[in-house]
Design a protein around this ligand. Structure first.
Ligand code: NDP
Length: 339
C-alpha cells in the first residue's frame, strides 16, 4: 500500500515537498477479521485542498484536525469499496469523502461519506464540481451571498476549484461577474470558458483599488472572498451599500507567520456591508438539492469544469504545494488509479 506520509509537523512558512514522503507498507486487501462497521477502500482520485496545509501544522485553532506525523495525509477522495463489514456499504459501491493519501484505506466507523448515485458524469467530478468544492460554491453563493439578478459580483482565485463555479452560478442568475486570477492563461479561461464578463491578472495590477474601480465603477454588490489580505482591503473600498461578502477562505494568509492587517474595515459600517464566514460542512444537508440543480446543468452544457490532473501518489506533494504558487489551473486532483 503506497502512502504519502507527513514526516513532521511543519513550522513557519510554506510547507515543502520534502515535508512529505512516499512510502510503502504491505496490507491485507480485506477488512481484518473481527472489525465491525469498517470499509476497505481502493482510492481512485484524491483532492488537493488549501485547508490541508493547516493540517500539516500542530494547530489547536484550525477548523480541520492536524495530521499525525508518520501517518498518511488525509483529504477528500473518490473511492471504490473493496470490502465492508458496515451495513450501509457493500463491495462495489463508489463513494466520496475523507480518505487517506494512499492506495487503500481501512476506514473504521465511516461517516460523512456520500454514495455516488450518478455514474454518467466523470467520477473525478466528485472531488470537484460534485464534491466539497462544488458544495462550497453552491452554499457560499446561494446561502451566504443573498444573490439577485443584476448584482455586481467579484470573485477572487476565480479560476480555481470553487471560484470557477461561483462565477458560473452568478452568470446563470443574470449577474455581472468579474474574476481575478494569477496568470494570463487563467484570465483567458475565465472569460472564454466560464463566461465571466471580465477578468484580470491581479499579479500585473500594482493598484488593486484602481483596477476594481475600473471594473466596478458603481461598486461591488457581492464579493466571494477566497484570498484575503490586500485584496480584501481593496474590495472594502469598493463595496456598494448593503453589499455582501462571503468569507470562504483567505489563501494569501495561510502560510504567513504574521497575517496582514485589514485597514479599511470602517467601510463595512459606511456601506452597511454584511461579511459572513462559512464552512461547507455545515451545509452538507443541502447536497441532494445541489445535485438536483447542477446535474441537469452539466448535462445541458450550462456548467463546465476544468480540472488539473497529477498522475500518481509520487506527484501528490508537489501538486498540494502548487496550490500556493498558483501552479494549478482549475481543480487540482491526483489520479491514484482509474479503476
Ligand atoms: P484553488 O483551486 O483556487 O487553488 C488555490 C488558488 O489560490 C491557486 O491556484 C492560486 O491561484 C490562488 N492563490 C494562491 N496563493 C495566493 C495568494 N497569495 N494570493 C492570491 N491568490 C492565491 O483552491 P480552492 O478553490 O479549493 O479554494 C479557494 C478558497 O476557498 C481557499 O481560500 C480555500 O481555503 C477556500 N475554501 C473554503 C471552504 C469553506 O468551507 N469555507 C471549503 C473549500 C475551500 P492564482 O493563480 O489565481 O493566484
Amino acid at each position: 500500500n503506497k502512502q504519502v506520509i507527513l514526516k513532521n509537523y511543519v513550522t513557519g512558512g510554506l510547507p515543502k515537498e520534502s515535508d512529505m514522503e512516499v512510502t510503502e507498507i504491505s496490507i491485507q486487501l480485506k477488512v481484518p477479521e473481527g472489525i465491525k462497521d469498517a470499509i476497505l477502500l481502493k482510492n481512485l482520485y484524491l483532492s488537493c485542498d488549501p485547508s490541508m496545509i493547516d493540517s500539516m501544522r500542530k494547530f489547536e485553532t484550525s477548523y480541520v484536525p492536524s495530521f499525525e506525523p508518520g501517518s498518511p495525509l488525509s483529504g477528500y477522495g473518490v473511492a471504490k469499496v473493496l470490502d465492508s463489514t458496515h451495513p450501509d456499504y457493500k463491495k462495489g459501491d463508489f463513494i466520496w469523502g475523507i480518505t487517506g493519501w494512499e492506495e487503500y484505506s481501512l476506514i473504521k466507523a465511516p461517516n460523512q461519506f456520500f454514495k455516488i448515485q450518478h455514474m454518467d458524469v466523470p467520477l473525478t467530478y466528485y472531488i470537484g464540481l460534485l464534491g466539497m468544492p462544488g458544495m462550497t460554491a453552491y452554499a457560499g453563493f446561494y446561502e451566504v451571498c443573498s444573490p439577485k439578478k443584476g448584482d455586481y459580483v467579484y470573485v477572487s482565485a476565480a479560476s480555481g476549484a470553487v471560484g470557477q463555479l461561483v462565477g458560473q452560478f452568478a452568470k446563470l442568475l443574470g449577474c455581472y461577474v468579474v474574476g481575478s486570477a494569477g496568470s494570463e492563461e487563467k484570465v483567458e479561461l475565465l472569460k472564454n470558458k466560464f463566461g465571466f464578463d471580465a477578468a484580470f491578472n491581479y499579479k500585473e495590477e500594482p493598484d488593486l483599488n484602481a483596477v476594481l474601480k475600473r471594473y466596478f465603477p458603481e461598486g461591488i454588490d457581492i464579493y466571494f472572498e477566497n484570498v484575503g489580505g490586500k485584496m480584501l482591503d481593496a474590495v472594502l473600498l469598493n463595496m456598494r451599500i448593503h453589499g455582501r461578502i462571503a468569507a470562504c477562505g483567505m489563501i494569501s494568509q495561510y502560510n504567513l507567520d504574521h497575517p496582514e492587517g485589514v485597514h479599511n474595515l470602517m467601510h463595512v459600517v459606511l456601506k452597511r456591508v454584511r461579511i459572513e464566514g462559512f464552512v461547507v460542512t455545515d451545509f452538507y444537508h443541502l447536497y441532494p438539492q445541489f445535485l438536483e440543480m447542477v446535474i441537469p446543468q452539466i448535462k445541458e452544457g450550462k456548467i463546465t469544469y476544468v480540472e488539473d490532473t497529477a498522475e500518481g501518489l509520487e506527484a501528490a506533494p508537489a501538486a498540494l504545494i502548487g496550490l500556493f504558487t498558483g501552479r494549478n489551473v482549475g481543480k487540482q486532483l491526483i489520479v491514484v488509479s482509474h479503476d
